[in-house]
Ligand binder design. Sequence first.
Ligand code: PNS
Length: 163
Amino acid sequence: MKVFVYPGSFDPVTNGHIDIIQRAAVICDKLIVAVLVNQSKNALFSLEERVELLRKSLQGCANIEVCSFSGLLVNFARDKGASVIIKGLRAVSDYEYELQMALLNKKLDEKIETLFMMANLHYSYLSSSIVKDIALLGGDIDGLVPNAIKSDIIEKINGIAQK
Ligand code: PNS
């Protein structure tokens, strides 16, 4: 069975992520969307919220599982029986960091391949940070995140703005 892992912070998941997830799920038997637990950057959403937003967005997708992980990604992938790490590439600016991670992950476990998928042109400008910025500044996030979680994001932002 071909198992792929799609790792990220997903703070929150965007339509760009969903596009990669759906395309990756077609070329593997099982796709594990892996949400990173420990992070240096401050997340707006808690780990549980980020996992829940992904699950809500991916309802009805049979071969997709949402998990959280801490520690090294290659260890998580190996434990789950995954042989491929899938990554989305947007602009050239993503390349340098992704190259470094792919090469280091290869050094850590040569049996695990990193596979890059080009982000859909429609979402190549999109990031979780930009979605948060727009929502914080009162802009419309329609079309940028799954419809199922739009109100969760706005509620969270409003809750923070009131503090
Ligand atoms: O969505 P992000 O924040 O760009 O995702 C980054 C992520 C989760 C893919 C990366 O931080 C990661 O793989 N972290 C796990 C720790 C690890 O394995 N580090 C070594 C990679 S060379």
